[in-house]
Design a protein around this ligand. Structure first.
Ligand code: ATP
Ligand code: MG
Length: 184
């Protein structure tokens, strides 16, 4: 049974690739970390949309992050966690997995989904399903760098493998096939 954490900057295509992954891996359990946080936030803080989460105070975000981890770590079987390594907050980047949460979730493999900054920018602009931050290209590049740094830090702390997968424009199934190999 493998536990794979999938991360990437907003708009890199995590959710899209994970949806394709269902075609290649049977009996896969998928959980979206932000959705679990949102469900808790709806009950506790009357938050109305997912995209409001990252606008909450960092203290509240940390609390929701911990409560979500306490639900997710109990999930069984081959599990894919759709999540973030670094969340942009008004106080600065917030680690998606502070050490205690990383050891609770205990992933086998960390996957970072990447794409060209211009592609990410354009995907955010086109995506009408979400209220997206239209960061500049420089901001997206910086967020990518921060994610890469966290990827290796988390890998070193937890002993998990770190895999970087490119989600090429128009070919999310190629990225899904690469990730599917992890479950063979
Ligand atoms: P978030 O972290 O905000 O949830 P995400 O990484 O899950 O973002 P998606 O919602 O999967 O990103 O994708 C963002 C947008 O980019 C969507 O409109 C999606 O259709 C599009 N997209 C994803 N992958 C590709 C691709 N390979 N080629 C073209 N468009 C893509
Ligand atoms: Mg998503």
């Amino acid at each position: 049974m493998d536990r794979v954490l999938i991360a990437g900057v907003p708009g890199a295509g995590k959710t899209t690739v994970i949806n394709k992954l269902k075609d290649y891996v049977s009996n896969l359990n998928i959980v979206n970390y932000g959705t679990v946080m949102f469900e808790i936030a709806k009950e506790k803080y009357s938050v109305e949309s997912r995209d409001q989460l990252r606008k909450l105070s960092p203290e509240v975000q940390r609390e929701l992050q911990k409560l979500a981890a306490e639900k997710i770590y109990k999930m069984e079987g081959d599990l894919v966690i759709d999540t973030h390594l670094a969340i942009k907050t008004p106080k600065g980047y917030m680690p998606g997995f502070p050490a205690e949460l990383l050891s609770l979730i205990n992933p086998d493999i960390l996957v970072l989904i990447t794409a060209q900054p211009e592609e990410i920018w354009e995907r955010r602009r086109r995506d009408e399903a979400r209220t997206r931050d239209m960061d500049s290209l420089i901001d997206i590049i910086q967020h990518e760098r921060v994610n890469n740094a966290y990827l290796m830090a988390y890998s070193a702390i937890s002993g998990s493998y770190a895999l970087i997968v490119r989600n090429e424009e128009g070919k999310p199934e190629e990225a899904a096939k690469r990730i599917a190999r992890l479950f063979e």
